[in-house]
Write a protein that binds this ligand. Structure first.
Ligand code: FAD
Length: 457
């Protein structure tokens, strides 16, 4: 009997899973392995919302494997040591793994390769699992990655994406390798009350609902804050309960302006992944320095805390920050606004905001989070690095009747219409009715400080 191991990481699904398919094609039995990697927690990537969502994903993956005659083997510890242990317990000759782009994933891959080589087992790293187009597969002349989105999108769009395929009928797993219990969401402390449920089953339900009811209107409605009309598939893409290849293929097959706009947005994810793969240090360091001397954490402590708590006195910023805390997710327009507010209006280091997002976001992802933060801070790939989003104008544009703000800032719920965006305009007793803070900074002062800092005045 030949045995192969499939090490699941950011690909917690059975549909469209190239490592699993390759393992089943080449071995008699397969060990579907997930390692609760203690290194991930040590690196600060194991925030409660993602741990809870992960627990759902593992439970669902285990159930899917059981339906196919198999089971999921769960271990905890150092991922390389655990893989080696399973290899020696089962005599596996091949280990299959999806390619990752972060520095952590790359190190894991290298360490695995070295450890397995010395024991005579082979590591197979598969592209087209986490992203549709492998990071580094398309490059401009003279560089190892695209630094500008539009030319990347053009080249990316012309790449052939392999055909998505279904889940296997059966997964024969050898007797023997012991497994820990599947973790349960209820055991994770500090989880957001409104956190979505994880797992491939949920992902597929959401995909179907999205194709039927959301995709067509995406172009017109993706910035509609109260309408909440985006796919909310980001946690599923992050955990790989849904394949990017399948999603892109299905959207392209549907066609139309909504699908085109959606595919373009999916390409942003792939764009950031290829930037991070080429420049792993961009997770921590400015991709392009603007010679910022950000205000120190101590100097801006009160404002940073007000921002984290959703009490800046700018209702749309506060609404979005409260949505993040309550759901572990935030609308993209909210992310743009709140990140712009922190980095440009308050002139606070993007790393402080990125860290807070990573503590709460269920889709919190090194490539997408750190590089979108840098984009907003103007230290990343934005070709207009000094643009400043005015939160009041943005609120009036993307939440014209104020419904999004009223949903998340209940202390202002009695203020009808767009007036909710500017409570400071109320006078005397009328203003005193609302227990809501005054703005932490005047927008004009924030703008002037930013311009001075960047030498723009
Ligand atoms: P949809 O609008 O339905 O888009 C579909 C998919 O396209 C998303 O699920 C996502 O995978 C991808 N996508 C859309 N916009 C972007 C983008 N700007 N960059 C990269 N991919 C995109 N996204 C994350 O997945 N994880 C993060 O940690 C993350 N942090 C962010 C931080 C900031 C400061 C900003 C401005 C954006 C961040 N984003 C992040 C990108 C984007 O906000 C989310 O992907 C999106 O809001 C998820 O909602 P959705 O699935 O409904 O998106």
């Amino acid at each position: 009997m030949t045995v192969a191991v499939v090490l699941f990481t950011a690909d917690l699904r059975l549909h469209d899973h190239p490592p699993l398919r390759a393992a089943l094609a080449s071995a008699d039995e397969v060990v579907p392995l997930f390692v609760r990697d203690t290194g991930i927690d040590a690196a600060g990537f194991g925030a409660p919302n993602r741990r809870a969502f992960l627990a759902d994903c593992l439970r669902d993956l285990g159930a899917g494997l059981r339906e196919r005659g198999g089971r999921l083997v769960i271990r905890s510890g150092d991922v390389v040591a655990e893989v080696c242990r399973v290899v020696s317990e089962t005599g596996a000759g091949d280990i299959h793994l999806a390619a990752g782009v972060s520095a952590y994933a790359r190190r894991r891959e290298e360490r695995l390769r070295r450890a397995l080589d010395s024991g005579g087992a082979r590591l197979h790293v598969h592209d087209g699992v986490v992203t549709a187009v492998a990071a580094g597969a398309v490059t401009p002349a003279g560089s190892d990655h695209f630094a500008v989105f539009t030319p990347y999108f053009r080249r990316w769009s012309a790449e052939r994406v392999r055909d998505a395929f279904g889940a296997p009928r059966a997964v024969p797993v050898p007797d023997g390798p012991g497994s820990e219990e599947v973790p349960v969401r209820a055991g994770v402390p500090g989880v957001s009350a409104g956190l979505a449920e994880g797992g491939e089953t949920q992902a597929r339900k959401r995909l179907t609902a999205w194709r039927l009811h959301g995709l067509t209107a995406y172009e017109d409605r993706h910035d509609d804050l109260p309408g909440d009309a985006t796919s909310r598939l980001s946690p599923h893409l992050h955990f790989g309960t849904l394949s990017a290849v399948e999603l892109i293929q299905r959207a392209r097959a549907a066609g139309g302006a909504g699908a085109d706009a959606f595919v373009r947005q999916l390409c942003w994810r792939e764009f950031h992944h290829q930037v991070l793969a080429a420049r792993p240090a961009a997770a921590r360091l400015d991709y392009r320095t603007r010679h910022d001397h950000w205000r120190s954490e101590a100097d801006a402590a009160d404002e940073i805390e007000a921002w984290r708590q959703g009490r800046t006195g700018y209702p749309v910023v506060d609404a979005a920050m409260r949505q993040l805390r309550h759901e572990g997710w935030m609308h993209n327009r909210g992310r743009l606004l709140t990140a712009g507010f922190l980095t440009k209006t308050l002139y606070v280091d993007w790393r402080i905001g990125a860290r807070h997002f990573l503590e709460l976001l269920v889709d919190g992802d090194v490539a997408n989070n750190q590089l979108n933060w840098q984009w907003m801070a103007g230290t990343g790939t934005d070709s207009r690095p000094n643009r400043v989003l005015n939160p009041v104008l943005q609120a009036k544009r993307y939440d014209p009747d104020g419904d999004y703000v009223r949903r998340w800032v209940p202390e202002l719920a009695a203020l009808a219409g767009p007036a909710v965006h500017e409570p400071w305009k109320l006078r005397g007793a009328e203003r005193a009715r609302f227990e809501y803070p005054a703005p932490v900074v005047e927008l004009a002062d924030g703008l002037a400080r930013f311009k001075r800092a960047r030498g723009l005045d």
